[in-house]
Design a protein around this ligand. Structure first.
Ligand SMILES: *Cc1c(COP(=O)(O)O)cnc(C)c1O
Length: 373
């Protein structure tokens, strides 16, 4: 049996690399590396793809979230409601603008913010809610939007894992005031290095982000406010423009892989013994990760799969509210039981458009063998 890697980006490279090299040669010849035509074109093409008025390319998903929060006017003394079961940048971006993350527990079915618990967490200081569309499944934006309207909260989406996901045809990134996307190489639309983008509900916000990503400068060498160096470079933008044309077919590939996993788990008769991921009615899941939940011994299964040459990953082994550097926020272990349970029991299986049905069958067979051992 050949090894099954957790992620195989090389399998994708062949399908798009030709066009990229032509762009990169042009960039090298023009010597225009930062803030040029590819960056502008990517912003226009992404706005059309997402169905938003405007976008601003930035240097990473983390900077996208920081700049979106800053442009929304979130800062010192403000609280931002978010999830503890996410990548660290979700919380660090809030802290970086001087605000305080208020962690709310998740729904175990989708691993996303539980709207019922969000409403209870709103205080006078709450200015925004930052849902994460974790693993590529949209958060419950209908319910969250209603709460935000009732309490006049701004909605900033962390869409780093959900490019192309939608609710009733409306894409994540188009469901709030602004949204942060990441083009980290392992994301569903990944560059050849770091990159990110802020999707905006108005041209005005996009212009603000474009100033903030360039030290707040406007006009040249005049600084009405303090920004950062958060620009997207031309080589990344060119790679992303080429890959964006393939994104829909890659998403359909991932959806097919997810359907096959479910089918194989059902055929093996073990679908009721592990928590399989779901797609809620009306939602389009883009399967950034295929995450199962074990009743017990998750770490032992991970080791068993590794011994069989099968890659898997734990996202995320420790929720944010118990991280040492966030101790000052005053959370204790036990305060967010679903986030803590997910951190202890979930395992991400290999998923990418190019994984073969045979490899998927081997993954499921190995899990069945482990359960029956
Ligand atoms: C990847 C990711 C980010 C950060 O993106 P970078 O491009 O790595 O800075 C933020 N939030 C979530 C949920 C992510 O998965």
């Amino acid at each position: 049996m050949t090894a099954i890697p957790f992620l195989d980006l090389k399998a994708q490279y062949a399908s798009y690399q030709g066009e990229v090299w032509e762009y990169i040669r042009n960039i090298a010849e023009s010597q225009q590396f930062v803030l040029g035509n590819h960056g502008k074109a990517l912003e226009t093409e992404m706005a059309a793809y997402l169905g938003v008025p405007a976008c601003a390319g930035v240097s990473s998903g983390t900077d996208a979230l920081i700049l979106a929060l800053a442009a929304a006017g979130i800062g010192a003394g403000d609280e931002v409601i978010t999830t503890s079961y996410s990548f660290f940048a979700t919380a660090s971006a809030i802290l970086r603008v001087g605000a305080r993350p208020k962690f709310v527990d998740i729904e175990l079915e989708t691993y996303n913010l539980d709207p019922a618990k969000v409403e209870k967490a709103v205080t006078k200081k709450t200015k925004a809610v930052m849902p994460v569309h974790l693993y590529g499944h949209p958060a419950d934006m209908g319910a969250l939007g209603a709460i935000a309207r009732r309490h006049k909260l701004k909605v900033i989406e962390d869409a780093a894992q959900s490019i192309g996901a939608d609710i009733a045809g409306k894409k994540t990134g188009a469901l709030g005031l602004m949204a942060g996307f990441s083009f980290f190489p392992t994301k569903n639309l990944g560059g050849w290095g770091d990159g990110g983008l802020v999707a905006c509900s108005s041209e005005k916000h996009a212009d603000h982000i474009r100033r903030l990503r360039n030290h707040g400068m406007f006009p040249q060498y005049v600084y009405p406010e303090v920004g950062i160096n958060g620009r997207l470079d031309e080589i990344q933008a060119a790679v992303l423009r080429v890959k964006l044309k393939h994104l829909e077919s890659w998403i359909e590939g991932r959806r097919e892989v997810a359907r096959r996993y479910r089918h194989y788990f059902e055929q093996a008769g073990i679908d009721s013994r592990i928590g399989l991921p779901v797609e809620r009615p009306g939602c389009r899941h883009v399967w950034h990760q295929y995450v199962i939940r074990l009743r017990k011994n998750r770490d032992a299964l991970k080791q068993y799969l590794a011994d069989a040459g099968i890659g898997s990953m734990i996202y995320y082994p420790q929720p944010l509210h118990t991280q040492k550097c966030l101790k000052g926020l005053g959370y204790r272990a036990g305060s967010l039981p679903n986030a803590e349970k997910a951190a202890k029991t979930t395992l991400a299986l290999p998923i990418y458009p190019e994984i073969t049905p045979l490899a998927q069958q081997q993954v499921v067979d190995a899990i069945a063998a482990w359960l029956g051992r």
